[in-house]
Design a protein around this ligand. Structure first.
Ligand code: DGL
Length: 317
């Protein structure tokens, strides 16, 4: 993390802000208040969860090309669906041989779970039954399971990957506190968690879900506790990524709770959709008073390497 000065993130909507918030809090706790953040939520085309691979490749190409044009040191694919389906498309766009590095969420998550699996020897029994809640696309790709099974000597557990398409629209509404949305969320979570009975380690495999982590845990440890007799812990890929970036443990990163002002000039937050709706949802998700996003139009950005890079913070019209 020492070398980072400008870091860019993208997602289909507000979900990737959970990744930005995690990295910003860790950076803040490490005394790195000098980092600039650029975020793009492609709200105009959200959700990505059931779009075709071709569409997602095209969108990711356009977005990474736009972010790349602002000379970040790192681009974080803060969207598991994009990581699972379109990493090669993103790789094609990022400038080769420069400081910039493309980061995704799947490999660090698998690395963290493999660490846990390694500890589960015959004398130190840690039971691992991995469940993944994600978009339909990510679940169909089997990306998390594939990453874990690359180490068959270490990981011998079960992986069940479940598409949960009802969740993103509820989170994007920015109205999770409203009784009708809260009850729709509760109903959807019960439906999904019932299908993941027996899970011990639940990967929040869509970056929107850390914003409903408490609701998931309340159900899994309360009303639905009988389905999770061995206990259930959530695994947030953003925590695994931050742990990998800093060399700290998952537990240490998870414990960091720094107060970050996301309306400070260090944060340039953009959306391809309606800024008012985005600001409302973003502020609720980040539990902050105000987010002031800027509108960006994509579609005319060809997915090819950008030249004449502009540094951020940026001024957009
Ligand atoms: N937040 C995204 C992910 O992590 C995508 C959600 C969606 O657009 O369906 O997969």
């Amino acid at each position: 993390m020492d070398s980072i000065k400008r870091i860019a993130f993208f997602d289909s909507g507000v979900g990737g802000l959970s990744v930005l918030a995690r990295i910003a809090q860790v950076a803040h706790a490490l005394g790195r208040s000098d980092i600039q953040y650029l975020y793009l939520g492609d709200t105009a085309r959200c959700p990505y969860g059931e779009r075709s691979v071709q569409e997602i490749n095209q969108f990711v190409g356009e977005i990474v090309s736009w972010l790349d044009g602002h000379a970040p040191d790192h681009v974080v694919m803060a969207c598991n669906t994009s990581c699972a389906l379109a990493r090669p498309a993103a790789e094609q766009v990022v400038r080769k041989g420069k400081r910039e590095i493309l980061l995704d969420l799947i490999e660090p998550t698998a690395a963290y779970l493999l660490e846990i699996a390694q500890k589960s020897g015959p004398h130190d029994k840690i039971k691992i039954n991995v469940g993944v809640m994600s978009t339909i696309n990510t679940a169909r790709s089997g990306a998390f399971g594939k990453a874990l099974r690359k180490s068959p000597d270490i990981f011998k557990g079960q992986v069940k990957e479940l598409g949960c398409p009802k969740l993103v629209p509820l989170i994007e509404s920015g109205r999770l506190q409203d009784p009708d949305i809260a009850s729709a969320l509760d109903e959807a979570l019960v439906e999904y968690l019932e299908q993941l009975a027996g899970t011990t380690h639940l990967i929040l495999g869509c970056t929107h879900y850390p914003f409903i982590e408490q609701q998931i845990l309340d159900l899994a440890r309360g009303r639905l506790a009988h389905l999770f007799a061995d206990g259930l812990v959530t695994v947030d890929p953003a925590v695994a990524l931050a742990a990998q970036m800093t060399g700290q443990t998952y537990k240490d990163i998870h414990a960091i709770k720094a107060q970050v002002d996301y309306s400070a000039p260090a944060f340039t937050i953009c959306t391809t959709g309606d800024t008012n709706a985005f600001d409302l949802a973003a502020a609720r998700c980040l539990s902050c008073r105000k987010i002031k996003s800027r509108h960006v139009s994509l579609g005319h950005f060809a997915p090819k390497p950008a030249t004449n890079a502009l540094a951020f913070p940026i001024t957009l019209l």
